[in-house]
Design a protein around this ligand. Structure first.
Ligand SMILES: [Fe+2]
Ligand SMILES: [Fe+2]
Length: 329
């Protein structure tokens, strides 16, 4: 049975309880698993795809980028005809959804690898399977959305880099779960940040985007809580080359993830002829886009500070990548 629609209205905050002791950790996992039973959503039963109000018109003004979006704020974007502004907004959203589906595919396979190496009685096993099931529904609704956008006439393509190195990340689920769970947070946290901001902005969203975002934010709160707790319990024990690799690759993955999820793909840039100067203005160094990407990484970067994955010695590298902010910023 799935949760009634009303529960979609309250967006839960991530569980922040201290799970340092073994008993507290077990209780935390039991609560997460229970929530997955009483508050979960089905990609088809809980989204009225065929309701006429949910139909997609690529020129619907609700798809336009807002004035606080880095590209949406540029004079170039504002001077496009209304139908083009809407198409660009929808095309970007659908590309993010397609990228999200690819990311979640890696995530699910990595989680299965992680679960496969757990002891028989590990409480994480049940929770991981709940998470895999939830991510499968997310992939179904992302893909259904992308297909409907395609049928409405937009050629949605995943960015070329999507899929690169995925076998290796999946293997980390078994061999290097600390790196795997930082990969998870690098993808989940910025999407969550973007979706929560859109929902809180007060702007009128297309009902399909509103519904998908609310379901996603609700379930992702559990996924991120689990990843953070896992990392807090295991990263402090890492030393030597493993810690070095974790520091290096976590920073790179965060950079790549925000690039993929927060700026138009090359295909979108080409389709609408977005000039280079406009891209620089929106996403270059010290641009609104760079600032937004740094803000979206706030939570995982704080965790990196807390666990020593980011420290004074590594700060220059983060600055070089354009994702640095001081602790507590
Ligand atoms: Fe998801
Ligand atoms: Fe997730």
């Amino acid at each position: 049975m799935t949760a009634p629609a009303t529960t979609l209205l309250e967006l839960p905050d991530e569980e922040r309880q201290d799970a340092a002791s073994e008993t507290a950790y077990q209780g935390f996992l039991a609560r997460l698993s229970h929530q997955s039973v009483v508050k979960h959503y089905d990609a088809y039963a809980d989204i009225p795809w065929d309701d006429p109000a949910y139909a997609i018109d690529p020129e619907d003004p609700r798809f336009e980028l807002s004035a606080d979006d880095p590209l949406g704020a540029t004079v170039w974007y504002r001077s496009q005809p209304q139908p083009v502004r809407a198409r660009i907004g929808l095309h970007m959203t659908a590309t993010f959804a397609r990228t999200g589906r690819a990311f979640e595919s890696v995530l699910k396979r990595g989680l299965l690898e992680f679960a496969a190496r757990l002891p028989e009685d590990a409480p994480e096993f049940r929770y991981c399977y709940h998470e895999v099931i939830e991510e499968a529904h997310h992939s179904l609704f992302f893909q259904e959305f992308v297909q409907r956008v395609r049928r409405a006439g937009l050629d949605v393509r995943p960015p070329a880099i999507v899929g690169a190195g995925e076998r290796q990340v999946i293997r980390f689920g078994r061999r290097f779960p600390e790196l795997f769970f930082f990969f998870v947070l690098s993808g989940e946290d910025p999407i969550d940040w973007v979706q929560r901001r859109a929902l809180a902005s007060g702007a009128e969203l297309h009902p399909l985007i509103d519904r998908i975002s609310r379901i996603h934010v609700t379930e992702e709160a559990r996924h991120m809580a689990f990843a953070r707790h896992y990392l807090r319990r295991h990263v402090p024990a890492l030393r030597g080359p493993k810690l070095f690799v974790l520091r290096l690759r976590t920073a790179i993955v965060m950079k790549v993830a925000t690039q993929l999820m927060m700026r138009p793909s090359r295909h979108v840039v080409r389709t609408y002829g977005i000039p280079k100067s406009v891209l620089r203005e929106a996403y270059g160094r010290r641009s609104p886009g760079a600032q937004r990407a740094r803000a979206a990484l706030g939570k995982p970067r704080e965790l990196c500070w807390e666990l020593g994955v980011l420290n004074a010695r590594w700060a220059p590298f983060w600055k070089l990548l354009g994702i640095y902010a001081p602790r507590g910023a």
